[in-house]
Design a protein around this ligand. Structure first.
Ligand SMILES: C[S@@+](CC[C@H](N)C(=O)[O-])C[C@H]1O[C@@H](n2cnc3c(N)ncnc32)[C@H](O)[C@@H]1O
Length: 261
């Protein structure tokens, strides 16, 4: 049995990341508008696992002084290309979220979007954020919460293959929250951003089978059989998997206010 990696690098996903993860433009705009007032006037912001800048770039365009770190060279290369095309700067370096190369109290805020579940040592990453963000600063965390078929499939795939195969050491936002509260933060749940999308169940199953979601990377070999089983189950339950259905989608964020000194 090979030990699962300490963190999941997105080098192989850089090419298709934006086309598979982008929010609909109006949803992305609502997200930017929700995060902006949390960040404005606080000085520099750090996004750990900044990736291609899906979250950071629109904030930089609105004047947030945001920089990022990521372990993936390819994701950061995409970020740099996109920043250059937009004429904005998001300084970004290779770095590990669980061992940040910044002095204490360097930032006024930080963002962690879809990253804690990829780290074995997520607790160190949480502690590092609290160290590099100054007292009284804010840490914004996305609580992975798409809903719809993707969430259903994730749960079902976990059941079929065994939870630990899908994402070793997977943690959820509640565990991150417990640690942040222990470290003196207080939490505000930001209002979920909801929208609907239309697609067929077959389309969603094909997406799952394309192995573009990190939750399936560790079970690549088993994936075709798992998708076959899910396809049978969905056909049995629904009769038709080619009719468009409406999926309720949501992204939820939590703001953690760090204790003032
Ligand atoms: C799902 S992507 C999210 C990217 C961006 N935050 C967004 O929301 O679009 C996760 C990113 O975290 C990076 N990552 C994984 N482990 C990391 C670590 N230990 N330190 C820093 N970044 C890491 C991956 O390379 C990838 O770019």
């Amino acid at each position: 049995v090979t030990r699962p990696p300490d963190s999941i690098n997105f080098d192989n996903a850089a090419e298709y990341y934006d086309s598979t993860r982008s929010l609909p433009p109006e949803v992305a705009e609502r997200l930017t508008q929700m995060l902006l007032p949390e960040l404005e006037g606080r000085g520099p912001c750090l996004e750990i696992g900044v990736g291609t800048g899906r979250v950071a770039l629109p904030l930089a365009q609105r004047g947030v002084d945001i920089r990022g770190i990521d372990i993936s060279t390819a994701m950061l290369a995409r970020l740099r290309e996109k920043a250059a095309a937009l004429g904005v700067a998001v300084p970004a370096e290779i770095g590990d979220a669980s061992r940040l190369d910044f002095a204490d109290n360097t930032f006024g805020s930080a963002i962690a979007c879809h990253v804690f579940h990829l780290l074995r040592d997520w607790a160190s990453a949480v502690r590092e954020l609290v160290r590099v963000v100054r007292p009284g600063g804010v840490v914004l965390v996305e609580a992975d919460s798409y809903g719809g078929l993707r969430s259903r499939f994730r749960d079902r795939v976990s059941e079929i293959v065994g939870d630990d195969l899908v994402s070793p050491d997977r943690i959820d936002t509640d565990q991150v929250e417990l640690l942040l509260l222990e470290l003196g933060a207080t939490v505000r749940r930001l209002p979920p951003i909801r929208w609907q999308r239309q697609r067929t169940v077959r389309g969603a199953l094909e997406e799952l089978g394309s192995n573009q979601w990190s939750m399936t990377w560790s079970i690549a070999e088993a994936l075709p059989a798992v998708v076959e089983q899910l396809t049978r189950e969905e056909l049995e339950a629904r009769g038709d998997i080619d009719a468009p259905i409406v999926e309720e989608q949501a992204v939820s964020w939590r703001a953690y206010d760090l204790a003032p000194t």
